[in-house]
Design a protein around this ligand. Structure first.
Ligand code: ZN
Length: 343
């Protein structure tokens, strides 16, 4: 089994690993990634610095590898160039990552949207037990981060959308965070309205929780924030879940609303794809109890045309490793294209 390299770039760090598709990751190096205006000059900011770090990490492993897979937090255009990456510095715009990294490493490189790559990792390494994995053909990955990303695997293959074939990139299929669940809902960053992301995305949840705290409707959240060293710094859904558990009813309702949106999304997905496995990723295991049961309740209430006996709904067992593991799978597809990429 050939050794592969995997890169997972996020808004605040980049991780590089090596491993095999049969055995998973063997070693991982990481480095913080800064953003322009954050005043963190010791960290990697420019794309050139990030790619140089990735190349030196790959070199530093001291192992022979055949290809690299790159999980990128943004949208890539039809040529594999960066089209949109709101969490990174603007210099990434228009960059052809696979070629840039290929030039530095001499390796074939495949690049994909982070949620799509995480779906690959989840399908190959995730929470299904072996018997389920053998029979699972169709999986939907719902990545709950700042927004809501997604990836769909049908008959064992990642659904990529049109315009992909033999090239080191993925298409646009799988943007399930922008499925509309409320036509009259809140405006979404995508330009639409009432998308799943506007109710279940981390930024939407934190924004709503902040408002409730400011209104005095979330006293436990206020207390938890005051107990921290830096009460004014940002917080995430984990803290909202803790405050909800402690008794903030307004936050319980907020999370119930997110769970309902995800339940309706799951019911819609059942009617279109009849997946065996719907998995919630993005390091949100703190929310498992608040999301999975309500999702099942809604799916049972609303899905009558499609059998549910093969369906598993779960939170990811891979925590923050789905992207790196998916990168190994993605790298496996890059080896096929060696001639294309090196020429
Ligand atoms: Zn949207």
């Amino acid at each position: 089994m050939s050794r592969l390299f995997s890169v997972d770039l996020g808004g605040s760090s980049v991780r590089v690993g090596h491993g095999t598709i049969s055995g998973g990751l063997d070693k991982v190096s990481s480095q913080m990634v800064g953003r322009h205006g954050d005043g963190c000059d010791h960290e990697l900011v420019e794309p050139r610095q990030v790619l140089d770090f990735v190349a030196s990490a790959i070199d530093g492993f001291g192992v022979e590898g055949t290809a690299a897979g790159f999980s990128f937090p943004g949208l890539l255009d039809a040529e594999g160039r960066v089209e949109k990456a709101p969490n990174l510095s603007p210099e990434w715009q228009g960059l052809e990552i696979a070629g840039e990294l290929s030039n530095r490493t001499g390796l074939p490189v495949a690049v994909g949207n982070d949620a799509r790559v995480a779906a690959l990792g989840e399908f190959a390494f995730g929470g299904l037990v072996d018997a389920q994995r053998r029979s699972c053909t169709t999986m939907v990955y719902i990545g709950l981060g700042t927004g809501v990303g997604g990836g769909v695997v049908v008959n064992g293959e990642l659904l990529t959308g049109p315009g992909v074939g033999g090239s080191a990139r993925f298409g646009a299929a799988g943007e399930i965070g922008h499925v509309v669940i409320d036509p009259e809902g809140e405006p979404c960053l995508c330009g639409g309205r009432g998308c799943v992301e506007t109710v279940a995305g981390g930024a939407a949840l934190v924004g709503a929780a902040r408002q409730l705290r400011d209104l005095g409707a979330a006293p436990h959240l206020s207390r938890l924030l005051e107990e921290r060293d830096d009460p004014d710094s940002g917080f995430g859904v984990e803290l909202i879940a803790r405050a909800a558990r402690a008794g903030d009813h307004a936050l319980v309702e907020l999370l119930d609303r997110a769970a309902s949106a995800l339940g309706i999304l799951a019911a819609n997905l059942m009617h279109i794809l009849a997946p065996d496995f719907i998995v919630l990723g993005g390091g949100i295991s703190a929310l498992e109890e608040r999301l999975v049961s309500p999702m099942w309740r809604i799916v049972r209430e609303r899905v009558h045309m499609v059998p549910l006996d093969a369906l598993t709904i779960a939170t990811s067992a891979l925590e923050d490793r789905a992207g790196l593991l998916g990168g190994l799978v993605l790298a496996g597809t890059a080896t096929v294209n060696t001639e294309n990429i090196e020429s």
